[in-house]
Design a protein. Structure first.
Length: 251
């Protein structure tokens, strides 16, 4: 079986231009099924636009994106039910209760036995006491757990995460990361994680893609990046790339 067929996500020469400039400038990568990859970059590096094109929400100027064999966005309806997205920056309708929000999204994803799936996730993510509380009355940590539950409703084969633990205290953030690791190991999901939390990336990711000004600046395992830049943490590697320090100077 060739690499195309074993890759959950294939990005090939992807470009997105707007009137104000180029957000993504000819990037390419393949993510094997069941892998966890970190997508790093400073503000304006092109991460969010890349994720939006992978989700089929934004049409590329040129190049292609394939998810689970479907070309995005033209064939997105073939695979949207097998994908999901989580971000603490996207609020669920605040007047609806947690149960109502999860029920609405479960219907959109055609989840069988909706009540049973909500009970299962509520028990797993410690949401039982929150199910009948309005979403707008939740703390940041509670909202993140609800958002995670929403993203796992359909047991997605591809899970896209944008700063999943932003604004959380260390204990809650560690708990959320643990649930993501459990889900990935249980269901073999492919995870693409955009984050500025380097410790999170080091813990979760087998591979790191670093973007800068719309291009892929580097792409390797965390261990190889640390060796190449002569650094002890990914945060230092990230700063080297962001500030334009080349590898030789870093070493």
């Amino acid at each position: 079986m060739d690499a195309q067929n074993t890759s959950a996500i294939v990005v090939d020469s992807l470009v997105k231009r707007y009137k104000t400039g180029t957000a993504v400038d000819g990037i390419s990568f393949r993510l094997p099924a069941g892998s966890v990859t970190g997508l790093l970059g400073g503000n304006g590096a092109g991460k969010t636009t890349t994720i939006a094109m992978i989700m089929g929400l934004v049409t590329p100027t040129s190049g292609t994106v394939r998810v689970l064999g479907a070309e995005m966005p033209n064939e997105r309806y073939r695979v949207l039910h097998r994908m999901n997205f989580e971000s603490p920056y996207v609020d669920l309708p605040m007047r609806l209760t947690v149960r109502q929000n999860l029920s609405v999204f479960a219907q959109l994803y055609a989840v069988p036995d909706i009540e049973g799936r909500i009970r299962e996730l509520a028990a797993d993510l410690d949401l039982v006491d929150l199910l009948d509380r309005p979403s707008g009355k939740l703390s940041a940590g509670q909202k993140t757990r609800v958002s995670l539950a929403k993203s796992l409703l359909n047991r997605p084969e591809v899970l896209l995460l944008d700063e999943p633990t932003a604004s959380l205290d260390p204990d809650t953030a560690d708990w959320v990361r643990g649930r993501l690791e459990h889900f990935r190991h249980t269901y073999g999901a492919t995870i693409l994680l955009a984050s500025h939390n380097m410790l999170e990336v080091e813990r979760l990711c087998e591979r790191v893609i670093i973007m800068k000004r719309g291009k892929v600046e580097d792409d390797d395992t965390p261990a190889q990046l640390l060796t190449r830049y002569g650094r002890e943490t990914l945060e230092d590697v990230f700063l080297d790339v962001a500030r334009g320090r080349n590898r030789e100077a870093a070493q």
